[in-house]
Write a protein that binds this ligand. Structure first.
Ligand code: GDP
Ligand code: CA
Length: 325
């Protein structure tokens, strides 16, 4: 079975851990990673979501923070702060810096991000093929209230420097209009037996990946069933800033609201199936009415066992859709 997963950072990476526990040794998992969170910092190319997937699946992630490296130290960050320079709000740990140094050196040598990521994964052996959604520079920008109208800032500035504490007026993906899909991405969707949207942020992770038109087109046309997992449980995001973004864009903060936002493939959207938590079972009929097969199962990824069970439930919904064709 070839399974292709579109992933952001923490939510996607946790789900993928469960998926790898649930699949057999002959199954192949390909991950299309969000690169719209990527940022240049001190001349370094930083790819937070790709690294979160790579470190999580490779056993290098900090288990409490859920981003960056285990046994991290922060000497470089302290030195940067002592110089009084900007952008020290972004967490660049000493161990993590090595990843960014290698990536940036290869970038300047003209190597594409897909090959760079493959080189980094040679060390981490994440157990999946990790493909950047694009090699072009697509960036998520957030519009917030400024002195004279809307100020547009990089997503990392909104999320980390401002702590997502200011209202969101708009979300744009700069460069997405001209971006092409990364090497292997369209093929991984079209040749997949199953496509999964894990409980990643619907706007800045899944939405960012779908902002690359050839990726969205592949998702709409693949013969594989496309099944997603709600990142919203009981009317709130489990963690992160999805609530604030959905509010800013006028999308209902509910499992059904996000399902309708993604839309049914039968009416131009990207979903065939959608899993909601048992707490949201009351929304199943609304999701079915939108043309999306829906099922309620436990969606909290509290430990390895519940996460693997969620992955099995996701595959089971996809299996039932494939069988019904
Ligand atoms: P990020 O790039 O690190 O923000 O990670 P993702 O975009 O991959 O995932 C963020 C989303 O994961 C958030 O919207 C959360 O609501 C969702 N999430 C986190 N933990 C869980 C969980 O245990 N269950 C579900 N269903 N969603 C979760
Ligand atoms: Ca992210």
């Amino acid at each position: 079975m070839r399974i292709t997963v579109l992933s952001g950072g923490v939510g996607g990476a946790n789900f993928l851990k469960g998926l790898l526990a649930a699949v057999g040794p002959e199954d192949e998992v390909t991950v299309i990673g969000n690169t719209a969170d990527d940022i240049w910092l001190f001349g370094l190319r930083v790819c937070p979501d790709l690294d979160t997937v790579m470190y999580t699946l490779g056993g290098g992630i900090d288990p409490e923070r859920k981003w960056g490296r285990t046994d991290e130290t922060w000497n470089a960050k302290e030195e940067l702060t002592a110089y009084g320079v900007d952008k020290t709000w972004f967490g660049l740990g000493d161990r993590d810096l090595a990843t960014h140094l290698i990536r940036t050196q290869m970038w300047h040598d003209g190597v594409g991000l897909a090959a760079i990521t493959e080189r980094l994964c040679d060390r981490w052996q994440p157990g999946v093929r990790l493909l950047p959604m694009t090699e072009d520079q697509v960036e998520t920008h957030i519009g917030i209230d400024g002195a004279d109208g809307i100020d547009t800032i990089h997503f990392q500035e909104y999320w980390i420097r401002l702590g997502a504490r200011v209202p969101v007026r708009e979300v744009t993906f700069t460069g997405a209009g001209e971006a092409t899909a990364g090497p292997g991405v369209v093929e991984a969707i079209l040749s997949a037996d199953r496509v999964i949207l894990p409980p990643s942020n619907p706007i800045v992770s899944i939405g960012a990946i779908l902002s690359v038109a050839p990726v969205a087109t592949a998702l709409r046309t693949t013969s594989a069933p496309v099944v997603g997992v709600s990142p919203i449980i009981g009317g709130a995001a489990v963690r992160g800033m999805a609530d604030q973004l959905l509010t800013g864009l006028g999308i209902e903060i509910s499992a059904a609201g996000v399902a309708r936002h993604h839309g049914a493939r039968t009416s131009g959207g990207v979903l065939d199936g959608w899993l909601v938590d048992g707490a949201d079972a009351g929304e199943l009929s609304a999701i079915e009415t939108a043309g999306i097969a829906a099922k309620a199962v436990p969606l909290y990824m509290t430990d390895d066992a519940t996460t693997a069970q969620l992955a099995r439930d996701t595959l089971a919904l996809a299996d039932s859709l494939a069988a019904g064709r």
